[in-house]
Design a protein around this ligand. Structure first.
Ligand SMILES: Nc1nc2c(c(=O)[nH]1)N[C@H]1C(S)=C(S)[C@@H](COP(=O)(O)OP(=O)(O)OC[C@H]3O[C@@H](n4cnc5c(=O)[nH]c(N)nc54)[C@H](O)[C@@H]3O)O[C@H]1N2
Ligand SMILES: Nc1nc2c(c(=O)[nH]1)N[C@H]1C(S)=C(S)[C@@H](COP(=O)(O)OP(=O)(O)OC[C@H]3O[C@@H](n4cnc5c(=O)[nH]c(N)nc54)[C@H](O)[C@@H]3O)O[C@H]1N2
Ligand code: SF4
Ligand SMILES: [Mo]
Length: 743
C-alpha cells in the first residue's frame, strides 16, 4: 500500500509516496507526488531517501560505553539507569542547569515541542538550544524586529510563479532545493533573476542567456551591495513613497544611509561592477508593483545570513524590499528560505533557549503563566532563558557549564563552528546522551546512545518553508527487535517518569499535537485550529496537489475558501505584526568580516552545500548512490590561485585558519573568485570544513560566522603534517569517536 508523506530532508518538504515491500518492511520505494512546493519533482536525495531506512549500520539497540571505552549493546533499562545516574550527578554538581539539551530543526513539531517541555519541566533546566541557531536565527531576528514576526516565507511559494523578478541573496536552490527552481521560471523568462553569490553556482548559472544577472561580490559585503541597490532605487525614482508613508517607519534614516553608497563606492568595496549593479537595480524597479510590474521577491539564504553581521544583512534586504513596496502585497515580498525539514516549526515550539511554544518569549510573564497552565505546573517551575547554541556548547564540561548533555537530531561534532573545540567540550562531559538512528560522529562520542525511529516509521507534522503545516505519516513498521528503537516521545515520557517530573508527557503524536495546539493558542505561531484529524481531512487526493495549513491557524477563525490555502497563506496584507502595524526599517551599517584577511591568512574560506549531501552527511554519506558521486571533502579553488600556490587538480590541500585546519582534494574551477576557496561542510574526519570555521557570533542572533573566515591554503603533505595541540586533540577525540561497537 502506498502512503502519502513528505521527504525527510529539507524545508521544501516535497510530497512523495512510499510503498513498502510485500512483507510490510523490506525495500521501500519512493515516488514523487504533486504538492505545491515540488509539483511532482524530487531531487536526488529525495529519490534515494528510503535507503537510510535499511542502512546496514542502523542502530537497533541502545549502546553504553563500557569500562574500556567501547560502546556496547545494552537494554533500555540499563541505558535509562545510566542516564538517571548521570542526571543526579550533574544536578548534585551544579543544580538543574548542570544538564543541557541540544535539539534539531529536523524533529517533527510534536517532538520539538515535547523536547522543549522535557528540558524545562522534565529536567528542570534552562539550558536548551538547537541547531536552528546555526541556520535560521539571523533571518528570524531580522524578520521579528522589522515585520513583527518570523515566518520564513509569509506567502505560498507558488506566488513566485507570476513574478517579474526574484533576487536570491546568498542562496543556491538549484543544489539545495532543486524542485524550487520551477518557481523561478517566470522571472527567468522575463530576464528577472538576480543571484548574489561569490561563486558561480548552478543557481547563478540560471541567470545566463538573458535570464538575469549574477552579482559576484567579495564575501561578507552583502550589506554594502544591498545599500548600493537601495541607493540606485532611490536615485532612479523607484521607491514606493506612498507605501513607505502608509506602512513603514524609519525610512528617512535608512534613505540617508543609502545615499552614501554610490555605485562606484560599492564597486570598490564589493568588486561588483557598476554596470551590473545598475542592471540589477533596473530589474527590481521595473518589476515592482508601484510601476505596474507583475511583482518582485527578495529572498535570502544562508550565504547572506551566516555571518557575524547576518541579522543586519537581512535587515538591509528587508529595507530594499520595503523601499520597493514589496512586503505585504500579493505577488511581491520578502522571504527567507528556511533550510531544515522542520526548520520553521522547530523554531516555534520551545527548543530555543529564549522561547516557549507558540513563538512566545520565555521572559514574558503572561506567556509563562499560559504555558504553566497547559503543562499543569507552577509558573515558577519553568526556568528562565538559557544560553544560545555556541555559548552553550562552548561551556560544556567547564566549571560554569553543564556536565551532561542530551542531543536529539543534530550532529554538531561535524556541523558546529570550530568543531575541534566542540569535540573537546563533548569529551570533557561527564555524560553525553545521543539519540539517533545511525551512529553519527556525535553519537560515536556518547556515553549512552539511544536508537530512535526514522521519519517513515513515525507520525507527526512538519512546518515547511512556507509556514505550511503538513503531515508526516508512518509508511513502514518500526524495526521488530527486542530492545529495538523507540519513538522519542516515548523516550521522554519514560525518562520524565523516572525523574519524577511534575508534568506528564504524551506518547501519542496526535495527543502531543493537541497539547502543542493549546500551548500555541494566542501566540505568534498559533496552531490552535489544527489537529492531525483536521489536517488529514483537508488533504487532497495525491494528484490534486496536497494541502496542509498555513499558520496562524486560529481555532474558531478557520476559514477554508480554497482547499489549497487553509489557514493564513499570506501575512501582512493589511498590517505588519508590529504594535503599530507598520514595518520598522532598521538603519544598518556596512560591516566587514569578523575574521578578515591578514598576511598569514590571505584567502577567504567559504562553506556551503552540495546537491548530493545533506548537512553533516550523517544520513547521505550512508547512501551509496549519493556518496558515490561526492565521496570526499574537496577545496574549490580558482586555477590562477592554485597555480600561484603550486596546487594542482586532485592534490590534497590544507585550509588553515585561526580555529584549526581541514584537508580536502583540490578542484580547480573558474566558478569561484580568485580570493576565495570553498569547502562543503558535509564530511567528517580531517575533511570536516568546520575544523576551520570561525565561531564569531552575530550580536543579535548568536549565529556563528560559518560562511567566511580568513585562511591560509597550501598543498598538504602527509609527512610534513604539523602535530600542533589542535591536531593532537582532534586525533584523540576522533579515535574515541571511532571506537568499534562491540556486540
Ligand atoms: N543538498 C542539500 N540541500 C539542502 C541542505 C543540504 O545540506 N544539502 N540543507 C538544507 C538547509 S538546513 C539549509 S539551511 C539550506 C541552505 O541553502 P542555501 O542557503 O542555498 O545553501 P548554502 O550552500 O549554505 O549557501 C548558499 C550560498 O551562499 C554563498 N555564500 C557564501 N558566502 C557568501 C556571502 O558572503 N554572500 C553571499 N551573498 N553568498 C555567500 C555560497 O557560495 C553558497 O552558494 O539548504 C537546505 N537544503
Ligand atoms: N561550515 C558550515 N557549517 C554549517 C552550515 C554551513 O553552511 N557551513 N550550515 C549550518 C546549518 S544551516 C545547519 S541547519 C546545521 C545542520 O547540521 P546538523 O545539526 O548536524 O544536521 P544533520 O546532519 O541533519 O544532523 C541531524 C542528525 O540527527 C539525526 N536525525 C534525523 N532525524 C532525527 C530525529 O527525528 N530524531 C533524532 N534523534 N535524530 C534524528 C540524523 O541522523 C543526524 O545524525 O549545520 C550548520 N553547519
Ligand atoms: S528538495 Fe528537499 S524536500 Fe525535496 S526531495 Fe530534495 S531534499 Fe527532499
Ligand atoms: Mo540549515
Amino acid at each position: 500500500m502506498a502512503t502519502s508523506t513528505h521527504c525527510p530532508y529539507c524545508a521544501l518538504q516535497c510530497g512523495m509516496r512510499l510503498t513498502a515491500g510485500n512483507d510490510g518492511a523490506g525495500a521501500v520505494s519512493v515516488t514523487p507526488r504533486e504538492f505545491p512546493t515540488n509539483r511532482g519533482g524530487l531531487c536526488h536525495k529525495g529519490w534515494t531517501s528510503a535507503a537510510v531506512l535499511s542502512t546496514p549500520d542502523r542502530l537497533l539497540r541502545p549502546l553504553v560505553r563500557d569500562a574500556d571505552g567501547s560502546l556496547v549493546k545494552t537494554t533500555w533499562d540499563e541505558a535509562y539507569t545510566r542516564i538517571v545516574r548521570g542526571v543526579k550527578r550533574a544536578r548534585a554538581r551544579s543544580g538543574p542547569d548542570g544538564v543541557a539539551v541540544f535539539g534539531g530543526g529536523g524533529l517533527t513539531n510534536e517532538k520539538a515541542y515535547t523536547l522543549g517541555k522535557f528540558a524545562r519541566v522534565g529536567l528542570g533546566t534552562a539550558m536548551i538550544d538547537y541547531n536552528g541557531r546555526f541556520c535560521m536565527s539571523s533571518a528570524a531576528a531580522a524578520g521579528g524586529r522589522t515585520l513583527g514576526l518570523d515566518r520564513g516565507m509569509p506567502f505560498p511559494l507558488g506566488d513566485l510563479d507570476g513574478a517579474d523578478a526574484v533576487m536570491l541573496v546568498g542562496s543556491n536552490p538549484a543544489e539545495t532545493m532543486p524542485p524550487f527552481v520551477q518557481h523561478l521560471r517566470s522571472a527567468r523568462e522575463r530576464g528577472g533573476l538576480i543571484v548574489i553569490d561569490p561563486r558561480r553556482t548552478p543557481s547563478a548559472a540560471l541567470t545566463d542567456d538573458g535570464a538575469g544577472v549574477h552579482l559576484q561580490p567579495l564575501p561578507g559585503t552583502d550589506i554594502t551591495v544591498l545599500m548600493g541597490l537601495l541607493h540606485l532605487v532611490i536615485v532612479g525614482g523607484g521607491a514606493d513613497e506612498r507605501y513607505l508613508a502608509d506602512r513603514v517607519t524609519g525610512w528617512d534614516a535608512v534613505k540617508r544611509s543609502a545615499m552614501m553608497w554610490w555605485p562606484e563606492a560599492v564597486e570598490r568595496e564589493t568588486g561588483i561592477p557598476v554596470a551590473e549593479l545598475r542592471c540589477a537595480a533596473k530589474i527590481l524597479m521595473k518589476s515592482a508593483p508601484v510601476v505596474g510590474g507583475h511583482g518582485a521577491y527578495v529572498l535570502t539564504g544562508r550565504g547572506a545570513e551566516q555571518h557575524a553581521h547576518g541579522t543586519d544583512t537581512v535587515s538591509a534586504a528587508l529595507n530594499l524590499a520595503l523601499a520597493l513596496g514589496l512586503p505585504g502585497r500579493v505577488g511581491s515580498g520578502y522571504g527567507c528560505l528556511t533550510g531544515q525539514g522542520n526548520g520553521q516549526g522547530g523554531r516555534e515550539h520551545g527548543q530555543k533557549c529564549d522561547q516557549l511554544p507558540g513563538y512566545r518569549k520565555i521572559s514574558d510573564p503572561a506567556a509563562r503563566a499560559h504555558i504553566a497552565e497547559v503543562w499543569g505546573v507552577e509558573e515558577s517551575d519553568i526556568p528562565g532563558p538559557g544560553l544560545p547554541a555556541v555559548q552553550l556548547l562552548d561551556a560544556l564540561g567547564t566549571p560554569e557549564g553543564a556536565s551532561m548533555l542530551f542531543v536529539h537530531g543534530a550532529n554538531p561534532v561535524v556541523s558546529g563552528p570550530r568543531s575541534g573545540r566542540i569535540a573537546e567540550r563533548f569529551a570533557a562531559l561527564d555524560t553525553l546522551v545521543v539519540t539517533d538512528f545511525v551512529l553519527s560522529e556525535t553519537a560515536a562520542m556518547a556515553d549512552v546512545v539511544l536508537p530512535s525511529l526514522q521519519w517513515a516509521e513515525e507520525e507527526g507534522t512538519m512546518t515547511n518553508l512556507e509556514g505550511r503545516v503538513l503531515r508526516r505519516r508512518r509508511a513502514v513498521p518500526a524495526p521488530d527487535a527486542a530492545d529495538g528503537p523507540r519513538d522519542e516521545l516515548r523516550i521522554w515520557h519514560e525518562l520524565a517518569e523516572l525523574l519524577d517530573a511534575p508534568a506528564g508527557f504524551a506518547t501519542d503524536p496526535a495527543d502531543a499535537f493537541d497539547e502543542l495546539a493549546r500551548a500555541s493558542a494566542g501566540g505568534i505561531a498559533d496552531y490552535s485550529g489544527l489537529s492531525h484529524a483536521a489536517l488529514d481531512a483537508w488533504e487532497l487526493a495525491d494528484d490534486e496537489g496536497g494541502t496542509g495549513a498555513f499558520w496562524p491557524a486560529v481555532r474558531d477563525a478557520m476559514t477554508r475558501p480554497d482547499p489549497r490555502t487553509v489557514g493564513t497563506p499570506r501575512l501582512f496584507l493589511d498590517r505588519f505584526a508590529t504594535p503599530d502595524g507598520r514595518a520598522r526599517m532598521i538603519d544598518v551599517r556596512s560591516a566587514g568580516v569578523a575574521d578578515d584577511l591578514r598576511p598569514d591568512a590571505p584567502l577567504y574560506l567559504l562553506t556551503g552545500r552540495l546537491l548530493q549531501h545533506y548537512q553533516s552527511g550523517a544520513q547521505t554519506r550512508r547512501v551509496a548512490e549519493l556518496n558515490g558521486i561526492e565521496p570526499e571533502a574537496f577545496v574549490q579553488i580558482h586555477p590562477l590561485t592554485a597555480a600561484r600556490l603550486g596546487i594542482g587538480e586532485g592534490d590534497d590541500v590544507e585550509v588553515r585558519t585561526r580555529s584549526g585546519a581541514a584537508v580536502g582534494v583540490a578542484r580547480l574551477s573558474n566558478d569561484i573568485r580568485r580570493d576565495c576557496v570553498f569547502m562543503p561542510f558535509h564530511f567528517a574526519g580531517r575533511g570536516a570544513a568546520n575544523l576551520a570555521t570561525n565561531p564569531a557570533l552575530d550580536p543579535v542572533s548568536s549565529m556563528p560566522e560559518f560562511k567566511v573566515c580568513a585562511a591560509a591554503v597550501a598543498r598538504f603533505d602527509e609527512q610534513d603534517a604539523p602535530t600542533g595541540d589542535d591536531d593532537a586533540a582532534h586525533g584523540e577525540h576522533a579515535a574515541r569517536a571511532g571506537q568499534a561497537v562491540r556486540a
